[in-house]
Structure formats: C-alpha cells, structure tokens
Design a binder for this molecule. Structure first.
Ligand code: ADP
Ligand code: ZN
Length: 436
C-alpha cells in the first residue's frame, strides 16, 4: 500500500486517487457494518463484507442516507465505535427538535484537521497570518472546525466566536488580524457597523475573508472584496460530512475543490437520482471516506451544484464544485443557521391562543437576516388586557428561540388579517431576493 504525504495527496492522478478512495471506502464500510442501521441497509444490497465492494462503481448499489435517517437513529444508532473512543460530537439542527449528531474519534479529528489545514493553505494562508475565527464555537461545526487546521498551519488563532461586533473590531485592530472566517452576511454586517464604531479601513490589516455556511452569489463575494479591499474565498461544509473543509476555494477562485480523497462526490438528477454529466446541476450526494466513528454513506445533502468541468490552474486534482445554487428542500438558512419551517409550525401550533393562520417572513434588515413569525390569534385574547398579548409574544419568542436557536420577531394579528391562498398555503415568504 502506498503511503502518500499530505501534499502528494492533493496532486494524485485520477487512477491513484480512485485507488485510494476505494481503499478508504472499504475501511468505512467495515465501520458502517458495525452499526445495526447500515448492517441491514448494506445487507439488503448484498454487501455483508467490505470485500463485497469490488469497485467504486459498486457505491451506486448502496441506498442513500438522509437527514431523517440520522434523526431516526438518534442518539447512538449510527455510532460505529465504542463510546469510550469518541472524543467529540457536533450537531446540526433538525426539523423535530432532535439534532443530527456526529461523533469523532481521535483519528477522525486528526484527519479532519488535515483537510482544514490543506484548505487554509490552498487559499494562501500561512504561519504569518493572524486568524480571527468569527464562526460560533459550539455544537455548530463552523468554529471548532477550522480552528485546529489553523493552529496546525501555525497561524495566530483568535477564537473570537460569533457576535459581539464591537469586540470583534477591537480584536481585529489590536491584534492586526489578517484573515477572518465568517458568514458572508456577517461580513456585510461588520462593514455596516464600522463607521458607527469609529473604525476605519486603515485601522485594519485584513487581507482575506473565508466565507461560508450560507448561500451567496459571486456578486456578494465581489462586494465583500471591494468594501474591505480583500480577497474572499468560498468555504463549503456540512456537519454530516465533518463540517467546514468539504470543499474550499484555492487562490484561483474558480470553484471549490471538493477533497476527493476524503469524500466521494456524486451529482444526481434531483428527480430521477440518476448520475449527471460534469457541468450539469443536480443534488450533491457525498460519502465520507475518513470518519470511522460516524460512517455516513451516500448522504443526500439536498444542496444543488455542479462539477466544474476541466482542471484547475493550481494543479490540485480534486474536482471543483460550483457555488451552491439552491436546495431541494425547504430548509432556510438564516444568518448561517439552518431552520426548517416545520420547526416553527410545531412551536406555533402548540400555543392554545393560536388562531388559524400563520406566516414566516425572512427579510434583510441592514445586512443581517431577520425572521418574522406572523400569527393570527383567537378573538378571545384580543379583547383581553394588552399585558396578556405582550406575555404571549414573549412566550412565543422564547419557545421559538429554544427550538431553532434564532430569536425571531413575533407579530400577532387579528383573525383574517393574514393573506389566504386558494390553493396550497404560502407559509414562507423569503424577501431576501435571489441569493444565488
Ligand atoms: P455548517 O456548519 O457548514 O453550516 P450545517 O450542517 O449546519 O453546517 O449546514 C450545512 C448546510 O449549510 C449545507 O448543506 C449548505 O446548505 C449550507 N452551506 C454551508 N456552506 C455553504 C456555502 N459555502 N455556500 C452555500 N451554502 C452553504
Ligand atoms: Zn485550484
């Protein structure tokens, strides 16, 4: 078995890359077979042993894994190692309040760090850089995800986490931050607050922003670059596939290299789920080849993208995906946080005072997203004390915040005030415009 250096892996020719993928896939299948869930799924298509997989093409036999599968097996159904081997978990939000949880063993974390290290290097970061990581540290993978790769690269890491714009500016100024990691919407928010907070561009030493966790257009990237006079690089990831550094732009800014030694890519027709040609837009389906504690095979990301045909001028051989152009489900991404409308409905419908109609509106306020939940209430409560209305609003805000991790604005309406559709109700109004 050939052992490659981390640098060699980035430049393997297709044949060597695929041989490595197959080897790693078999290892991951061994892990998957240790879980009752995959044992049954794989057994159903005749895979009872890793050697039953003869080629990468056999991957296509394996049924897809969905977010619902992860939720249904919560908390430990997809754990493939002894619990004592787990050193960390992360989680992403879900429709029913139950998160989807991912576990990492020591080696899994090291392999992930290898990817984040590589991604930071690909977009030109090095040990001279001061890296301020403005993604939230916690169950969300955005914060801790890039942290260890940045340390490995020798960057000066400021784990400032999300929010607290005034403090972010103070740190940026005092420690001469050269690279930030944030959502694109937070970058715009930072810019909008500069004048207000007495910060001038010349106070900052910023050179790069790594932007991800939410969809954004090429125009928005350019805008961030022009406003700050920096380079912005797109970063794609999802907790089911570890988190950030599934795909990352290199200095060429011509699409994101999806690290194929660590993930098998499929782009499938969103209706027939048949494979598409390079260049055609479809659903991205990913298989993690490097995580042994939580193996996930053929995960339906619901993200729409395409493989960019041809090779990259940087010479790295992992194929590139284009920026995400949308999703096949109704998941909203609000300031980087995933929210399903059904989570909101569940909370709203539990309130006894709720009337018959509600609507979810997402709009931009300044540069950030605001979530507004409009709810009709029953006639009884309207005639009551206004203090009751305030209390109801407060209860709803708290319950929604607990469920979706975002503080919404709640607006209460008299019966019949919200628009009614003749056909299917339009519950979600996304006024943020064409993000893609
Ligand atoms: P993350 O921590 O990366 O936000 P989650 O699992 O919470 O991970 O959410 C993953 C989803 O976020 C992806 O499936 C995708 O819809 C969205 N996302 C992440 N990065 C990007 C990006 N660079 N561009 C567009 N959408 C993204
Ligand atoms: Zn490249």
């Amino acid at each position: 078995m050939t052992v490659y250096t981390p640098e060699e892996i980035e430049y393997l020719d297709r044949q060597a890359l695929e041989a490595l993928q197959l080897l790693r896939l078999k290892r991951v299948i061994t892990q998957a077979l240790a879980t009752p869930f995959y044992k049954e799924r794989l057994g159903g298509v005749g895979i009872k042993h890793p050697e039953d997989l003869k080629s990468l093409d056999d991957l296509k036999k394996i049924p897809f894994t969905t977010k619902d599968d992860l939720r249904d097996t919560y908390p430990y159904g997809l754990l493939a190692v002894d619990k004592k081997e787990v050193v960390r978990m992360h989680a992403s939000s879900g429709t029913t309040g139950k998160p989807t949880v991912i576990y990492y063993g020591r080696d899994d974390l090291d392999r992930w760090t290898g990817l984040t290290y590589r991604s930071l290097k690909a977009c030109g970061c090095d040990s001279e850089d001061v890296f301020q990581n403005m993604m939230t540290y916690g169950l969300f993978t955005g914060g801790l995800g890039l942290h260890y790769g940045a340390e490995e690269l020798g960057m000066f890491v400021i784990p400032s986490s999300g929010g607290n714009t005034r403090r972010q500016f103070m740190l940026m100024k005092d420690f001469e931050t050269t690279v930030v990691h944030a959502t694109p919407s937070y970058m715009l928010h930072l810019y909008s607050q500069m004048e207000n907070m007495g910060i001038e561009l010349s106070d900052l030493k910023l050179e790069k922003a790594l932007i991800g966790a939410e969809p954004h257009s090429e125009d928005l990237r350019r805008k961030i670059e022009t406003l700050f006079g920096i380079d912005a690089y797109n970063s794609y990831g999802l907790s089911e596939m570890n988190g950030p550094s599934v795909a990352f732009e290199c200095v060429e800014k011509s699409g994101m290299h999806l690290w194929e030694d660590a993930y098998c890519i499929e782009i499938l027709d969103r209706d027939s789920m048949e494979p598409l040609e390079d260049g055609e837009i479809g659903e991205l389906v990913l298989t993690n080849l490097i995580r042994h504690a939580s193996p996930i095979l053929r995960y339906r990301t619901k993200d729409l993208t395409r493989i960019i045909p041809g090779s990259c001028a940087c010479g790295r051989t992992s194929r590139r995906i284009d920026r995400i152009t949308g999703r096949t489900d109704d998941m909203l991404i609000i300031n980087g946080v995933n929210v399903f409308p059904s989570q909101i409905e569940e909370v709203v419908m539990k309130v006894p005072e709720a009337g018959n109609n509600y609507r979810i509106v997402v709009r931009k306020k300044g540069t950030l997203d605001v979530l507004i939940v409009e709810l009709e209430i029953g006639p009884e409560i309207l005639s009551d004390d206004t203090r009751d209305l305030y209390a109801l609003k407060g209860r709803l805000v708290d319950a929604l915040k607990a469920s979706i991790s975002i503080k919404p604005v709640v607006e209460l309406h008299e019966p019949g005030q919200l628009p009614v559709q003749e056909g299917k109700a339009i519950r979600v109004v996304d006024e943020r415009g064409n993000l893609y």
